[in-house]
Ligand binder design. Structure first.
Ligand SMILES: Nc1nc2c(c(=O)[nH]1)N[C@H]1C(S)=C(S)[C@@H](COP(=O)(O)OP(=O)(O)OC[C@H]3O[C@@H](n4cnc5c(N)ncnc54)[C@H](O)[C@@H]3O)O[C@H]1N2
Ligand code: MOO
Ligand SMILES: [Mg+2]
Length: 395
C-alpha cells in the first residue's frame, strides 16, 4: 500500500490538457481563464470624482478664498464641463469626470451652501483630493488579468469592465459518475429491506457541479460482463470515469478484474489511509482516467475531495494553497494510516479550529453531512495534540 503523499503525487502526474473553449461571461464563473485580459482603456478611464461635493481650483483656496459661487452641476455620465472662473466652483457627483479647470473636490459635509454660494468650512485641503486619477490602476494596453487566473466574481466584474461578453476558458473534462451495486435503487424508489438508495452518485454529481462540470450518472450491476460492456461504451464518451464501490475484497467487487479486462493500467490500488483504503486509480489505453472510489459514502467523498480535486486543480493549472487547522481536542489514532478526520470548523484568534465529528463507520452519512473539513493526521504516529497545525481540506 502506498502513502497519501505518494498517491497524491501519482494522481497529479496524470495531468491532462483538454484545450480551450469560449463561453459567455456569466457562464465563466469558477472556470480558469485561458486568455490574458488587456485594458482597452486606462483605469479609471478619466479623472473620477470620488465624493459628492464641489470641485474648485485649489489655487483660489490656497490664496485664502473660502466662498465659491456655484456655476452648475457636473453629474456622473455627463460630458466634462469647464469651470469658467477659477474663483467659482461646480457641484460634482461621485463617478463624474472632474471638470476642466478644477483640481480638488471638497465633500458636501465640509461646505455650507446658501444662495448658490458654497462656503468651505475646513482650513486644509490637498491638490487632487477626492479624485481617482485617470490610469492610476492600470494603463491602456496593460495586462490586467493573466491567463491561468481562476474566474472569481471580482474577475468577472473586471472582464465586464473591459468590454468582453465572451471569454476563453480552459475546457473541463467530460466526466461520468458510475455507482455500482445490486443493492442500489434510484432515489425515487422505495427500497426493499435489503436495498438502499444510490446516494453516492448524487453526492458526486453535486460535487462536480460545484466545479462547473455537468456529469452524467450511471448505475452498473454487480455483473462482470455487463460492467465490462457498459464501461467499454462509457470510456469512449468521457475523459474521466468516477466509480463508486466494488473495489475492495468482496466476492462481488468485480471492478479490479473488469478494469483489467479493459486494459486499464493500474496506477495504484490501496492507500494507507482511513477512510478510503481500497481506492483504485488507473488509466485506460485511450488515456481515460479511472477513479475507483471505495463505496462507503465517506470513503467516496473523501477520495473525491482529496484526490480528484487535486488532479482537477493541477490539470486546470491552478496552484491551490492548503490551509492548516488545529484540533480543539487531542485525537489518539492507533492504526498506521493517515486519518482524514471529519471535522467541523470555527475560528478563534486568527486560527482555524477543527473539532472531530465522531462517526461510527465510513458508512455514516449522517456524520458526513455535518462535515465542513477533512483534517489529515499523518501516518506513523498515534497522538495528535492541540498545539500543532495539520493540513485541512475545506469541503
Ligand atoms: N475483507 C475486507 N473487507 C473490506 C475492506 C478490506 O480491506 N477487507 N475494506 C473496507 C473498506 S475500508 C471499504 S471503504 C469498503 C469498500 O468497499 P467497495 O469499494 O468494495 O464498495 P462496495 O462493497 O460496493 O460497497 C461498500 C458499502 O458502500 C455502499 N455503497 C456503495 N455504493 C453506494 C452508493 N452509490 N450509494 C450509497 N452507498 C453505496 C454499499 O452498499 C456498501 O454498504 O470495503 C470494506 N470491506
Ligand atoms: O476506508 Mo473504508 O473507506 O474505511 O470505509
Ligand atoms: Mg465491497
Amino acid at each position: 500500500m502506498i502513502s497519501v503523499e505518494e498517491a497524491l503525487e501519482i494522481v497529479r502526474a496524470q495531468v491532462r490538457d483538454y484545450g480551450i473553449e469560449e463561453v459567455d461571461l456569466l457562464q465563466a464563473s469558477g472556470r480558469v481563464l485561458a486568455q490574458d485580459i488587456i485594458a482597452d482603456r486606462p483605469y479609471p478611464p478619466f479623472n473620477r470624482v470620488t465624493m459628492d461635493g464641489i470641485a474648485i481650483n485649489s489655487k483660489a483656496f490656497f490664496a485664502g478664498k473660502r466662498s465659491f459661487k456655484i456655476e452648475g452641476i457636473q453629474a456622473a455620465g455627463q460630458p466634462q464641463q469647464q469651470l469658467a472662473d477659477s474663483d467659482n466652483c461646480l457641484e460634482v457627483m461621485t463617478g463624474a469626470i472632474l471638470p476642466a479647470g478644477s483640481d480638488a473636490v471638497i465633500p458636501y459635509e465640509q461646505c455650507e451652501i446658501t444662495d448658490n454660494i458654497a462656503t468651505v468650512i475646513i482650513d486644509e485641503i490637498e491638490i487632487l483630493q477626492n479624485v481617482h486619477l485617470e490610469g492610476t490602476d492600470s494603463k491602456q494596453g496593460d495586462r490586467i488579468i493573466a491567463a491561468g487566473t481562476k474566474i472569481t466574481p471580482a474577475v468577472i466584474g473586471l472582464i465586464a469592465a473591459s468590454g468582453l461578453a465572451i471569454v476563453e476558458v480552459k475546457k473541463l473534462p467530460k466526466v461520468a459518475v458510475c455507482a455500482t451495486g445490486d443493492e442500489l435503487v434510484e432515489i425515487d424508489q422505495q427500497p426493499l429491506p435489503h436495498q438502499i438508495r444510490q446516494s453516492n452518485s448524487y453526492m458526486l454529481v453535486a460535487a462536480l457541479q460545484a466545479e462547473g462540470i455537468h456529469a452524467q450518472r450511471y448505475h452498473l450491476r454487480d455483473e462482470p460482463q455487463i460492467m465490462f460492456e457498459e464501461l467499454t461504451t462509457i470510456s469512449n464518451y468521457y475523459d474521466v470515469v468516477l466509480l463508486s464501490g466494488a473495489v475492495s475484497k468482496g466476492k462481488f467487487d468485480h471492478l479490479p478484474t473488469v478494469l483489467n479486462r479493459l486494459n486499464m493500467h493500474t496506477l495504484f490500488h490501496g492507500i494507507a489511509q482511513r477512510p478510503g483504503k481500497p481506492f483504485l486509480f488507473g488509466k485506460l489505453l485511450n488515456d481515460v482516467l479511472i477513479f475507483g472510489f471505495p463505496g462507503n459514502p465517506t470513503s467516496t467523498f473523501v477520495c473525491y475531495q482529496l484526490y480528484f480535486k487535486a488532479w482537477l486543480s493541477k490539470s486546470m493549472g491552478l496552484n491551490v494553497a492548503m490551509p492548516k487547522a488545529v484540533l480543539s481536542k487531542a485525537i489518539n489514532f492507533k492504526p498506521n494510516l493517515t486519518l482524514h478526520a471529519l471535522v467541523s470548523l470555527s475560528y478563534t484568534e486568527g486560527k482555524i479550529i477543527a473539532t472531530q465529528i465522531e462517526s461510527s463507520t465510513s458508512g455514516d452519512m449522517v456524520s458526513l453531512a455535518l462535515t465542513q473539513g477533512l483534517l489529515s493526521l499523518p501516518a506513523n504516529r498515534q497522538e495528535f495534540g492541540t498545539d500543532e497545525a495539520f493540513d485541512l481540506t475545506i469541503v
